[in-house]
Design a protein around this ligand. Sequence first.
Ligand code: CIR
Length: 253
Amino acid sequence: MLTRAIVRGISDSYQNATVETPNEHPIDVDLARQQHSRYVETLRALGLEIIEVPQDPRFPDCCFVEDCALFHNGVALLTNPGEPSRRGEVRAVRFCLEKYAATESMEGPATMDGGDCLRINNQIYIGLSSRTNLAGIERARQVFGPLGLQIVPVEVRGALHLKSVCSYLGNRKMVLAENSVPASTFNNIEIIMIPPEEAYAANCLSVNGTVICSAGYPKTEAAVKLAGFQTVPLSMTEIKKGDGSLTCLSILS
Ligand code: CIR
């Protein structure tokens, strides 16, 4: 049962967010803030206590708080984000997490983004990506292995993070974008395939049986409903323009 969400507001400099390919239309920061507020209110309505880390104008990507920590069972591994301009984001997240968790650090050359970490029961699948390297995965193994978690590296190509292409819904069911990582990666899990035209929607956020989906991806929402979950669609257009998606906006515990 999830009880808490750590979130971080949209930076005053969000229009300069790190992006892989420049956007055709610039980010509308006011609209991004409205979308972020609806996200936070949705988490609150689903029963989560909201802890908000203040935004920082020095860090355009700071709303993507998920990348700064891997948190499980009272232990938080603060990451060394793969994108150098984001490393300074971790300090304020650490300061916040210290109130709720035993904190561990990651030092270079190890790098990891929380967006690469997908926990399913006792396994943490970690994307080996342009942001997360083997040393980062090894550091996660040092911290979470002794807690009984198995770390499973997964090669990620053609996507920013592992969770850009898949999400765990609960009840041994997950969504996975077609033609991304092989379905055989995930043991004993029912896979709901997301067609290429809706690949962005493969990142969704499951909160105690309700699945928050990106609005505008009807096939994905229908498939999640058919799998037995209530859905809440949220407009994510301005978050998507910053290469972000639903999970990256929070650290849930
Ligand atoms: C970045 O490139 O780091 C940010 N603009 C987007 C990070 C999205 N994070 C996530 O999906 N976990």
